[in-house]
Design a protein around this ligand. Structure first.
Ligand code: FES
Length: 485
């Protein structure tokens, strides 16, 4: 009987086979041929990334463990020693610049391997699969820099779990969160031991999580449709590709789908054309000034970077990015929503200038005609979300040892709807916070569990008799006001 060569297998079958392979084997497979290299770049194969472990021969790639599960002490100690050795080597190398002359110990080579792996991921893998990544753990990494984290976060806008424990990152690592709204799906954020973090990071985090206080419309409200028609979050100028004449005014609306019990809410923007207003729309810029934009920061471009004509649009934003990574990020973000098109004839390659951007998981509610209004307002009892898709889904937040955090940072988190799903909050070693900031934050965290709530023993804050107190008393390497006692 005739045999079938493996190259004849359909791509879906190849993906299924590759799911049994670890990251190292997948990298080897990608070197076999172009076809296999394309299969390896399937997002499904790269959901959970653990580059620190991979650089040391541990190729685990399943979901993260339980949040309260302590890491192996020996493992952590080894990583810390490696980090120290690498730093000393790096400093010496700066002085005499004789890299070869330095002693290349096992510890140093592990960190160098990790650095190489991270650079490879940023340059080759994440531009292709970043939007599928859900977990990223860089805990105890001595090789990762703020710039690397900034690039990774820009390329991975749909992260659910981010662990940067005991890394050297600074506030600049998180700039994309506020600028691009790139942490809306985040549920777990561990910044334990990141001593350079300040309130600025919390401000960016809060901006990135979105705003739940934006007025929302109930589907039972008779004004639901009219309100969407009369008060669009933004207006987009549509031009005929061939003549260049204006076709009319497009509005952004959002389709929400809440999956009860699910891990995240999916939402996608839909552009609709109001047939009653097929006219020139030179007042579009004025709309934006009056109505604000989809994001909750006035003047900010929101999750899609869409603003009224003349000021900014996704395309302009795309062009304004100085690096390929910025463009790639937007392409991926649009890609996850359906199409990499904005609707402007000047920058879309399709024959038709009018596009409808639709997410794969959305459920449109058609109202008739070709220019239908696609809306679905969250009903009572469903998760609170704003028109830009915010759900502030954070469940775990650790800022243990981030001693520069103040009440201002806590206030940033407590605004825009607070953190309604937060269960675990670790503020041990945050030396500058007070009971005022704690009370303010806790008052908007109804899901917070006392046994998972940690802060300095010297503060007489909320739930003082039931909260778990400071976790850094016995730690030895994380900031605590009682260390040395
Ligand atoms: Fe005060 Fe640890 S920070 S007891």
């Amino acid at each position: 009987c005739a045999s079938t060569h493996i190259s004849a297998l359909p791509q879906e079958v190849m993906v299924r086979l590759f799911r049994y392979l670890g990251p190292e084997d997948l990298c080897r497979c990608s070197q076999v041929c172009h076809a296999w290299a394309e299969v390896v770049k399937t997002g499904l194969l790269w959901r959970h990334l653990y580059p620190v472990r991979w650089a040391r021969g541990d190729y685990y790639r399943g979901p993260p463990g339980e949040p309260d599960q302590d890491p192996d002490e020996d493992w952590v100690r080894n990583l810390q020693e490696e980090g120290r050795a690498y730093q000393e080597w790096d400093e010496d190398a700066d002085v005499d610049e004789s890299e070869e002359a330095c002693e290349d110990t096992l510890a140093i080579s592990a960190v160098r391997k990790e650095k190489k792996l991270l650079n490879g991921m940023i340059q080759n893998l994440l531009p292709a699969v970043g939007s599928s990544v859900r977990t990223l753990s860089l805990a105890y990494s001595a090789a990762v820099s703020s710039k690397m984290v900034r690039q990774i976060l820009s390329l991975c806008p749909n992260l659910i779990h981010l662990d940067l424990t005991q890394t050297d990152v600074t506030d600049s690592a998180f700039e994309s969160w506020a600028e691009l709204g790139a942490c809306r799906t985040l549920e777990h954020l561990d910044l334990s031991g990141c001593e350079k973090i300040t309130d600025y990071t919390l401000k960016n985090l809060s901006l990135g999580l979105g705003d739940l206080t934006t007025p929302r419309l109930s589907k039972n409200s008779p004004d639901c449709k009219n309100k969407l028609l009369k008060t669009p979050p933004s207006a987009i100028k549509l031009l005929d590709k061939h003549s260049g004449y204006s076709l009319g005014r497009a509005r952004t609306a959002l389709v929400f789908k809440w999956r009860p019990g699910g891990r995240s809410m999916s939402c996608s923007p839909v552009w609709v054309l109001d047939p009653a207003e097929l006219a020139d729309i030179e007042d579009a810029a004025d709309w934006t000034r009056r109505e604000g934009v989809a994001g909750h920061n006035e003047g900010r471009s929101g999750i899609l970077g869409v603003q009224a004509g003349g000021r900014s649009c996704c395309c302009r934003m795309m062009r304004s990015f100085r690096t390929d990574i910025g463009s790639t990020y937007l392409q991926q973000l649009y890609g996850t929503l359906g199409e990499v098109q904005c609707g402007h004839s000047a920058c879309c390659s399709s024959d038709t200038a009018l596009r409808t951007v639709k997410g794969a998981q959305c459920e449109p509610q058609a109202t008739g005609g070709n220019t239908e209004l696609w809306t679905k307002c969250p009903s009572e009892g469903e998760s609170r979300t704003d028109q830009s898709g915010a759900c502030r889904a954070l469940r775990f937040l650790s800022l243990s040892g981030c001693y520069q955090i103040t009440d201002f940072g806590l206030r940033c988190l407590s605004q825009a709807g607070g953190l309604p799903l937060l269960e675990h909050l670790n503020l041990s070693g945050c030396l500058f916070i007070t009971e005022v900031g704690l009370h303010e934050l806790v008052s908007v965290c109804p899901s917070l569990k006392d046994e998972h709530f940690y802060y300095c023993d010297n503060i007489n804050g909320p739930h003082a008799d039931r909260a778990s107190g400071c976790q850094n008393l016995q730690c030895g390497f994380r900031v605590c006001c009682r260390s040395g006692e």
